[in-house]
Design a binder for this molecule. Structure first.
Ligand code: NDP
Length: 455
């Protein structure tokens, strides 16, 4: 054991790596962590956190309008992009500093350079050339935005990495893709005043989500002024003489914009990391193949978070990192249950979801009872906004267990987090029914739906 310079070397100081490093160190392990970018990882630096701050900014557009219905006189609001962009950048810097302090406080040695795996116990730091021998290696390098397969002119688009730093707000923006990132940015930039068109190859957005939610979100996005070109596969991007971009779809007219955001998914960050040479098994898109304990086929190497392409969400990476550290260094073996994970899509209106969609539950062979409710939120009665909330409970008819909850509307991310406790505990529809409503609220509808959908 004393042959090793450290007990744990973590590659990647994002959510999963940082958590694992701190917990392992708390268990007495000697830990070193390497990060080639800024400490904090995708979520803090160029993902969830700055995105959510942009989402908050975008929602003021409707708040100003709605206020009038409640008696406020609001002068015509004016939005200043550099003010928001720079404030968000400052907040990101503050948070990255907190992550660093957390690591330092936990006595984790930090190396701010790229690390590559040289063998089952060996790491090389690329800039300094330092070789570190580690009893355990944890790969937590996350993912990167991908346009796969590449198309001619694909480099004329930008990814979610660059969108946070736009020098000015474009007049027109094209967003390629129909997933989380595409729709969140389409929704928020439209509210900041940009003319947004979504180009998506599918016949509806958010494949894999409950169909009733998808349809309603699609309509709500269109209602918010976002142009949706569905069934549109983009095959070429060109630059126009005035610097604008032109996207060509396989079918239909080309379309121009100053900025094209490509949000066609992410790939695990394993290129050039040395994992294959060390004998680590990778999957078809380069993901590190791991078992329930985040162990690879090489006993000294584990991997957590997006680099394993299981469920690519920050809290999942954190939980996987924590379980690894407790199991390996704390004498407390446990592993994360990936079965029920709540998530939100921060469009406006937003989606909150946990468990099986109606279509997934049906395909899995369940006999179902479906409860749904669509209503105008109280706030919209006076504001006059054309807005509705939709909620659905997917219930196993045999056991009465709630298999899935899906909400589209204001605060559904907040609501679903609380509902997730009940669903994780195995709540039945009868449990929902005996819960007393909190009135007046939107969420009370979840416990007052009594009649299953016919058919
Ligand atoms: P997603 O997998 O959610 O969406 C990718 C989209 O791009 C899909 O609509 C897909 O279409 C489309 N697409 C894929 N390849 C191509 C191609 N070659 N040409 C055209 N379209 C293509 O990925 P995102 O990049 O939006 O997000 C990555 C991950 O990050 C998410 O899966 C999620 O786990 C996480 N995330 C979570 C957030 C949250 O929790 N709120 C926010 C942002 C990201 P199709 O459906 O046809 O495959």
């Amino acid at each position: 054991m004393t042959d090793f310079d450290v007990d744990l070397f973590v590659i990647g100081a994002g959510s999963g790596g940082t958590r694992a490093a701190r917990i392992a160190s708390g268990h007495g392990a000697r830990v070193m962590i390497a990060e080639e970018d800024r400490i904090g990882g995708t979520c803090v630096i160029r993902g969830c956190v700055p995105k959510k701050l942009f989402v908050y900014a975008s929602r003021f557009a409707e708040d100003f309008e709605d206020a009038a219905g409640f008696g406020w006189t609001v002068p015509k609001p004016r939005f200043d992009w550099p003010t928001l962009r720079d404030a968000v950048a400052d907040e990101v810097t503050r948070l990255s500093g907190l992550y660093r302090k957390g690591l330092e406080g936990a006595k984790v040695a930090i190396r701010e350079e790229r690390a590559v795996v040289e063998g089952p116990h060996e790491i090389r730091l690329q800039k300094s050339g330092e070789i570190v021998r580690a009893r355990h290696i944890l790969v937590a390098t996350g993912g990167y935005p991908a346009f796969d397969p590449p198309i001619p002119g694909g480099e004329l688009g930008i990814s979610s990495n660059e969108i946070f730093h736009l020098p000015s707000l474009p007049q027109r923006m094209l967003v390629v893709g129909g997933g989380y990132i595409a729709l969140e940015f389409a929704s928020l930039f439209a509210r900041l005043g940009v003319e947004v068109t979504v180009l998506h190859r599918g016949d509806n957005v958010l494949r894999g989500f409950d169909d009733d939610v998808r349809i309603r979100l699609r309509d709500a996005l269109a209602h918010a002024g976002i142009a949706l070109r569905l069934g549109c596969t983009i095959d070429r991007i060109e630059e126009l003489p005035d610097g604008a971009r032109r996207a060509h779809c396989v079918k239909g007219d080309p379309i121009d914009a100053e900025v094209i955001l490509v949000a066609t998914g992410r790939r695990p960050n394993t290129v050039g990391l040395g994992l294959e040479q060390a004998g680590v098994k990778l999957g078809p898109i380069g993901q590190v193949m791991v078992d329930d304990n985040s162990a690879t086929n090489i006993p000294s190497i584990h991997a957590v978070g997006d680099v394993t392409n299981r469920i690519n969400l920050t809290p999942v990476a954190i939980r996987e990192g924590h379980a690894f550290a407790d199991s390996t260094f704390g004498g407390k073996p446990w592993h994360m249950d990936h079965g029920l994970v709540a998530s939100a899509v921060f469009t406006t209106p937003e989606i909150g979801t946990i468990g099986l969609s109606e279509q997934q539950a049906f395909a899995a062979g369940y006999e179902l009872r479906i409860f749904e409710s669509g209503f105008r939120p109280m706030r919209a009665t006076i504001s006059g906004r054309q807005e509705r909330i939709y909620m659905k409970l997917v219930v196993d008819a045999k056991t009465d267990r709630v298999l899935g909850v899906h909400i589209l509307g204001h605060d559904s991310g907040e609501i679903i987090q609380a509902v997730a406790i009940a669903v994780t505990m195995g709540a039945t529809k009868a449990d929902f029914d005996r819960t007393i409503a909190l009135h007046p609220s939107a969420a009370e509808e979840l416990v007052t739906m009594r009649t299953a959908r016919a058919g």
